[in-house]
Design a protein around this ligand. Structure first.
Ligand code: SF4
Length: 365
């Protein structure tokens, strides 16, 4: 998504694409408040404790030896409550996609725990994991490359039902495919088309229908709207929200841009160089960001009104993201932080709850 995409553009698109008229704005915000309250009171479905994912860097072709590690995810902890949408946001390479892949067991974590509905996924045998994979589904960023171009849409959506044997009867599978296409806003006749005959937004709807086909509880949306136009992003966000409410789904919504998560997410976690630096309820994070990195991310989102935009103070994060092979000492953000003092390069900041349910990893706030 380009930098010109703004919170307001997405929000305006979401509102325009929603079915409620503008006069219902108060009702919508009351619904949102209730949804946030419900999510805050729900039990935890996913609990991540001290998760680490270090990738070895090897040297030597014949006898490779490990000379360093890429610390893609470095000791992070968070939870996702049942029915909640947690946004996981940060720049490319911060470890958010790796976190999602660890939950899906596509990567074998170096350490920590991933508790799903009371069971630790790390070390779970293949058979048990396959059974759980029915409940944990994923929607990928690129709807084109994630769909097999040689398969018809109907077969693509039916495939998980065959793998997990949730719909052994062929006629029932066909009926379910048609129902899923309708649910995702597509004509059931699209079942006979191929992916290249559809637009990007339609293909992403197919990706969502495929994820829903086995009646999951938890869906990881990995940059699920990043490759789409702003107006299509708004439609997909609305669709995901409707489906969450209808089927009591829980989402981990991974995005690199804070502007896209505001409408859908209940809470947002901000990641930087393998660590979570701030975690708070969505509106709280946008109104009172406490970590210098979150403040800079929010300040970098342009406002569409040129007058307001001219008067805004712009905080630019200086420098490049350091290498995760050799991350900075102390606070990993210190080489780029404008508030850093001498202690920041020595002391690793604790992840502390500074306000109710608002967690920050910065020693100076
Ligand atoms: Fe900046 Fe220091 Fe806070 Fe890190 S601990 S975010 S370097 S002020």
């Amino acid at each position: 998504m380009s930098a010109s995409h703004t919170i307001d553009a997405i929000a305006a698109g979401v509102e325009a694409a929603s079915r409620a008229p503008a006069s219902n704005a108060g009702q919508i915000s009351e619904q949102r408040r209730q949804s946030v309250r419900r999510a805050a009171e729900a039990p935890e479905l996913v609990t991540i404790r001290n998760l680490k994912m270090y990738f070895p860097v090897t040297e030597g072709a014949l006898l490779p030896r490990t000379v360093a590690h890429v610390k893609a995810v470095d000791d992070i902890s968070f939870s996702i409550r049942k029915g909640e949408t947690l946004g996981l946001v940060g720049e490319s390479g911060c470890g958010k996609t790796t976190t999602g892949r660890c939950i899906l067991q596509l990567e074998h974590a170096t350490g920590g725990e991933i508790i799903y509905d009371g069971r630790n996924l790390i070390g779970l045998d293949r058979k048990s994991m396959l059974a759980l994979r029915q409940k944990i589904q994923v929607i990928f960023q690129d709807p084109y490359s994630s769909l097999n171009p040689r398969m018809k849409i109907g077969d693509i959506i039916a495939e998980p039902m065959k793998v997990h044997r949730t719909e052994p009867d062929k006629a029932a599978r066909i009926a379910r495919v048609r129902e899923l296409l309708r649910l995702c806003g597509l004509d059931p006749r699209f079942a006979d088309r191929y992916p290249h005959e559809m637009s990007g937004g339609q293909r992403q709807r197919v990706g969502i229908a495929r994820a829903l086909s086995v009646r999951p509880e938890f869906i990881i949306c990995d940059e699920a709207i990043s490759a789409l136009d702003v107006s299509i992003q708004a439609q997909i966000i609305n669709l995901l929200e409707d489906l969450r409410d209808e089927f009591d789904l829980t989402y981990l919504f991974i995005a690199h841009d804070l502007s896209v998560v505001r409408h859908l997410c209940h809470r947002v976690a901000v990641m930087y160089l393998g660590k979570i630096v701030e975690l708070a309820e969505c509106d709280e994070l946008y109104s009172d960001p406490l970590h210098p990195y979150t403040q800079a991310l929010l300040a970098a989102v342009p406002v569409p009104d040129p007058e307001v935009e001219r008067k805004r103070a712009h905080k630019i994060v200086k420098g490049e993201v350091p290498s995760p092979i050799n991350p900075p000492s102390g606070c990993v953000f210190h080489p780029r932080c404008e508030l850093a003092n001498e202690s920041c390069s020595r002391i690793v900041p604790q992840f502390r709850e500074l306000k109710p349910d608002h967690w920050v990893a910065c020693s100076l706030v």
